[in-house]
Design a protein around this ligand. Sequence first.
Ligand SMILES: [Ca+2]
Ligand SMILES: [Ca+2]
Ligand SMILES: [Ca+2]
Length: 332
Amino acid sequence: MPSRPFLSWKLDNGTGTLKSDHRFAMNRTSLAILSLGLGVATALGQSNSSSASYKLLHAPLTGGGGQVGNGSNITAQISVGDDFSGAVSNITAGGVQEKPNYIGQLYDVTAVAVNSTPNTVDETSTRQLNATATLDDLTLLALAAAEVQWSVFLGPLTGIDASGLATADAVFADTTATAQGSFQGVNGQLGLTVFNTNPDNFRTYAGDGLSDGWQVDFFGSPPNANAAPAANPDNDPYDNRTEFLTGYDPTDAGDFFQLNVIELTGSSATLELSKIIPGTRYHLERSVDLEQTDPWSEFTNFTTLSEIFDHQLNDPNATGTRWFYRLGVEPE
Ligand SMILES: [Ca+2]
Ligand SMILES: [Ca+2]
Ligand SMILES: [Ca+2]
């Protein structure tokens, strides 16, 4: 016959008040022995205990020796002496259900979280994704990548394989992508920032020496033949490559680089460049006869850390009756 332990207890409601005493517990012990002898599984010594915040009640006749506890914040249904019964407790105030004393647990998935460390990925590189499920008792379940159905929800990811490895596509600017993981019909998503680590690798704009972001800004998504380096769609003096290197609008015929001599004093000439921009090196050369007998010779080259309009510089050897300047620009 399974033993049926007898429970005695003291409850303290926080103010030191005892709700059960020794004599009462002894009385209950006697009743328990009597009940077992008769083979009756009814209530064993009815008693109630309570405090301001907690109350324990003995089980009703169908409780089989179990107990029911009720309070404003807790309900406890406790079966004792039964080898196969577990216990169920409900904490109603927090909406949480605890399920102790079971060797397994049935659960529902309430949410799936997808994460990575960090939540960034370089273009054309990979990033490992992970997923965690939140269950209906608020416990967390780390998911094996193979348990998750991975997909690209949005943005420049070429795919996510079965092991949760996401591969980023080429981009023309830092771009947010959204990866999705699904588990038992519940979806979770993660925003991944795809970094533009190569400025010249985007689709048909790739490898032409012009920033893909610049080409997209002026000519839209590729392909667009007007975005080619040698094209000059606005028909001003300069092609797209020069417009890019000098910082001008390749779609505006009135917007292009200009070099002027603004002052001559003795053998000194003051030159003014309409704009200089970072990322470009400027080479200034002089020849007295456009290289017929006097080869072009560079008298200065420079670059800048910030955009400057109407940049002036001096040519200290501006001698002779006539001479010419030319400017070369190249990416730094
Ligand atoms: Ca790129
Ligand atoms: Ca390009
Ligand atoms: Ca232009």
